[in-house]
Ligand binder design. Sequence first.
Ligand SMILES: NC(=O)c1ccc[n+]([C@@H]2O[C@H](COP(=O)([O-])OP(=O)(O)OC[C@H]3O[C@@H](n4cnc5c(N)ncnc54)[C@H](O)[C@@H]3O)[C@@H](O)[C@H]2O)c1
Length: 446
Amino acid sequence: MLTIEKIVNRDITIGVVGLGYVGLPTALRFFESGFRVFGIDTNSRVVSQINEGVNPIGDMEYNDKIPPPIDNNWNITSSFSDSVGFCDVVIVTVPTPVSPEKHLDETNVFEAGKSVFQNITAGNGTIVVLESTVYPGFTKKIWSPLVKNIGLKIGKDVHLAYCPERFNPGDKESTISNTTRIVGSMTEEVGGLLVELYSSISEAEVIHVGSMEVAESSKLIENVQRDINIALVNELSMILPSLGIDIEDVMEAASTKWNFHRYYPGIGVGGHCIPVDPYFLIDQATEKNSSVQLISTARMINDQMPTHVADLIIEILDFHNIVVADSSILLLGWSYKPNIGDIRGSPSSDLARVLLDGGISISTWDPHVPKHDFPDFVNIIAGEDQIEDFDMVVVATAHDTFQKIDWQVISSKMRNKIIFDGRRCLDLEKLNNQGWSIYALGKPNI
Ligand SMILES: NC(=O)c1ccc[n+]([C@@H]2O[C@H](COP(=O)([O-])OP(=O)(O)OC[C@H]3O[C@@H](n4cnc5c(N)ncnc54)[C@H](O)[C@@H]3O)[C@@H](O)[C@H]2O)c1
């Protein structure tokens, strides 16, 4: 039976199911903190890469941090039967995507739960924590019947809990060890044990917020709020230039007020969370006949950004008398957020497709994305020295690398010296002084 004393003495074993952007850092953090860890993933490539010391995810932070497989405290496997039985706590961090119809695809959580519960022995009292993002009530609804069908008893053989993952992969400021956590559980006792457990891998506060439903809802609305705030700034990036005003001047001015939160406009919202999670709540609300106008509109605004940016780019080419169908554009950045190689739902891909439909040749450079992750429809360049003969450079992702580019040198190699900052991350004045024609999202352009 798990106790506070055992956690403090590191006398317990933690299982982490799903070794992706969330699961791998989680497993590593427990290992570094002195726990015995089993990492379980159904993808054999992920398992063999980790066992060879190779980082399988696009977050370079972990490139040199994978321990050798000889360590007894570090066990990576695709076998649930060789691992779950040893674990006191099993943390599940599998993907929760939406279907093409925008409904939560429950398969991964269902399958992972089934494989875990089938390998728990009656009487063990294993705590199984879901960290994947889901809608309120989901954990209990999906997992309770599985536990019961196997003949185990919730509260005795198995305890269920929910702890949303909040850290931000690729972001050195908001890491797994310094981000405040919340935990929801079916009993106070399990909540207390999980507060102690997660506190041992984090300097930040860990709070038991009560039920799993409160914790599930909290995670969802954190992402919904972000989607809405981004949609607002994206909408402003369309309105303000038409009034002759640069959104960045306005955001700078408004940020001087104590309760104003600054956001940046962008070519679109990508990733596995923000463009996905709001649909979970939209679905739940629709089922209960509640209104979800604001949340749905925000999704629509953010989804249309790649098309809006493509229209701006074509307008700029026309303005410079460049034949659109003969033009060649370089997209800087293919991943969906800065300094990470995660391409899931990346708006660069949507933007490229719209531009390709206009007959424009599209190339891209992203130092964080492995070559095999790019689609066939774009040309890939491998570095700054290959930026030549383009009509326009478009900053699609605000990677730090792009801030360090010597734009003066590049300008002499361009067919046309046009730059479009789709993330408002460049020093436009400096570029202008270097002879570039500068354009940016939210700036009166033509
Ligand atoms: N990536 C983020 O920035 C982030 C942040 C907070 C929360 N989340 C949430 O965390 C969850 C995981 O996201 P991620 O980005 O780590 O996903 P990911 O795709 O990077 O990794 C998931 C891993 O789970 C494995 N997997 C899938 N089904 C499995 C199963 N049945 N058993 C064992 N392994 C299985 C996959 O092979 C993959 O390696 C999602 O619900 C996501 O919304 C993600």
